[in-house]
Structures are given as structure tokens and as C-alpha cells.
Write a protein that binds this ligand. Structure first.
Ligand code: GTP
Ligand code: MG
Length: 243
């Protein structure tokens, strides 16, 4: 993965770093910006999934940035203009610019490429790790886009964070009930409120109550906490449940 990212940073004239509007700080990757800086290449932040975010505190967004929603198809013109402006600053007007698109797994990189292209060219999925290698896609006469597989900072092992932001997608989380406990610890009250259950003695008891309330039962009436937890994680990742 990093090899592909390194190659793309080397080949590209400019980089678009994709951030999730709901989790701007969490989807920043200092290793990526350091690598880009060491090659003196310009970059822009595309803050995407803005349709899923509530009010965004603009002060916290690194610059230069463009707000995008691929779902609502907003920000396309601004992003294109910004690419050309930053490109021209560095390379002059008539350069055919190669743009590498980078970011965390599942953050929405291929979708941003499709938005710029105007039709579905890069393959996307709610499952993480979907893009395996970069493929150049021409957005228009002046912009060539390079998709990349998502990467996380070396050694980052924050499971709760990775589940919340979708780096680890709902289908591949190994122990969703453990992950959900971590989320409930980090975002107190959010899940309990959504399900309208009284908190139990501990998170695991609360999760049992939620499974019972949803009538998710195993043989013998045992609450199916695994299924319930995977469902909650899916709702968080798709933006249906806000933390
Ligand atoms: N609501 C909403 N969902 C989005 C938006 N952009 C992308 N998604 C969803 O986010 C998921 C991941 O999108 P991709 O474009 O495949 O993400 P990626 O960064 O290329 O993922 P990998 O290639 O797996 O690293 C998909 O389910 C998309 O439909 C957006 O602006 N709004
Ligand atoms: Mg992709």
C-alpha cells in the first residue's frame, strides 16, 4: 500500500488529500503530508462526506481545502478550480496536471475521483481496502487523476478509531461487540440514546439490553450481541447514526 502511495507522490504534480468531514482530525495523516512536503509538491485537502457532517468548525480544517459531498454532488467545481489554481501557482498555466488522490482506507477517495470525472470510473465500495492499485483516470483535458489504496500512519493501532471512521469496515470487524464497547466508552451516551435504553452496570450489559429491545436473539433467548453490534457499526459508518 505505502509503496503505491510513495510511487504516486513521486509521479504526481499535485496531491489531493481526502479527509472525512465528520472526522477531520482523525483522518489527517501527518506521514502523508511529510512525504509530500519532502518532495516539494503542492497539495489540497478535499473534505468529503460533508452531507453526513453536522456543523463543521472551519477553523479546524487544514488549508487549502474544499468541502465536497459526492452524494449530493457538491464541491466539484471548487475542487477542480482549486487544483488548477494550485497547479498554476507552481507549474504555470498550460501544464497537464497529474493529481494523486490520497487518504485513509474507505475515506472516499475513489468517490472524489468519480465526482471530478463526472461519471463512474473508479470503483468504490463501503468495504475498506477496495482500491488495490492506482489507475490513471482522465477527468478532463487538463487533469489526470491517480487513485491509490488507503493507508494509515505506520504503527497506528487505535481499533475504536478505525471502526468509527470506517477504516475497518462493519463486515470485517472481528469482534464487533468489543469494538462497540470501545465506541460507547469514547462517546458516552450516544448509542444508549439512539436505542432508548437505560445504561446497564457496564457496556456489555447495555449492549445486551439493546439486542433484546431489537429482538435479536440466539437459541434459548440469549441476546445476539454480535449481530446487534455489527448492525450499530454499520449504521455509524454509513452516517445513519451520529456520534
Ligand atoms: N454519504 C456519503 N457517502 C460517501 C461519500 N463519498 C463516499 N461515500 C461512501 O463511502 C464509502 C467509501 O467510498 P470509496 O470512494 O470507495 O472510498 P475509498 O477511499 O476509495 O476506499 P478504499 O479504496 O477502500 O480505500 C462508499 O460506501 C461510498 O458510497 C459522500 O460524499 N457522502
Ligand atoms: Mg478506493
Amino acid at each position: 500500500m505505502w509503496q503505491s502511495v510513495n510511487q504516486t507522490i513521486k509521479k504526481a504534480d499535485l496531491l489531493v488529500i481526502v479527509l472525512d468531514a465528520r472526522f477531520i482530525q482523525e483522518t489527517m495523516n501527518e506521514e502523508i503530508t511529510a512525504k509530500i512536503n519532502s518532495r516539494y509538491k503542492p497539495y489540497i485537502f478535499a473534505v468529503t462526506k460533508s452531507d453526513l457532517a453536522g456543523k463543521i468548525d472551519k477553523i479546524t480544517i487544514p488549508r487549502p481545502y474544499v468541502l465536497v459531498s459526492v452524494k449530493e454532488r457538491t464541491g466539484k467545481k471548487s475542487l477542480r478550480e482549486r487544483i488548477l489554481i494550485e497547479g498554476e501557482k507552481k507549474y504555470g498555466k498550460y501544464h497537464d496536471i497529474k493529481v494523486g488522490v490520497l487518504g485513509y482506507p474507505n475515506v472516499g477517495k475513489s468517490s472524489v475521483i468519480n465526482l471530478l470525472k463526472g461519471k463512474h470510473s473508479a470503483s468504490t465500495s463501503s468495504l475498506s481496502g477496495h482500491t488495490k492499485r492506482e489507475q490513471p483516470i482522465r477527468a478532463d483535458r487538463r487533469i489526470l487523476l491517480l487513485d491509490t489504496p488507503g493507508v494509515i500512519p505506520y504503527g497506528e493501532k487505535d481499533n475504536t478509531k478505525h471502526v468509527v471512521i470506517g477504516t475497518k469496515d462493519f463486515a470485517s470487524v472481528k469482534h464487533p461487540e468489543v469494538a462497540l464497547e470501545g465506541i460507547m466508552e469514547k462517546y458516552p451516551g450516544a448509542i444508549e440514546r439512539e436505542f432508548g435504553v437505560e445504561p446497564g452496570e457496564n457496556h456489555s450489559e447495555t449492549i445486551e439490553r439493546m439486542a433484546l429491545k431489537k429482538n435479536l436473539l440466539l437459541k434459548g433467548g440469549v441476546p445476539d450481541v454480535v449481530r446487534l453490534s455489527r448492525m450499530v457499526i454499520m449504521r455509524i459508518q454509513s452516517g445513519k447514526l451520529r456520534l
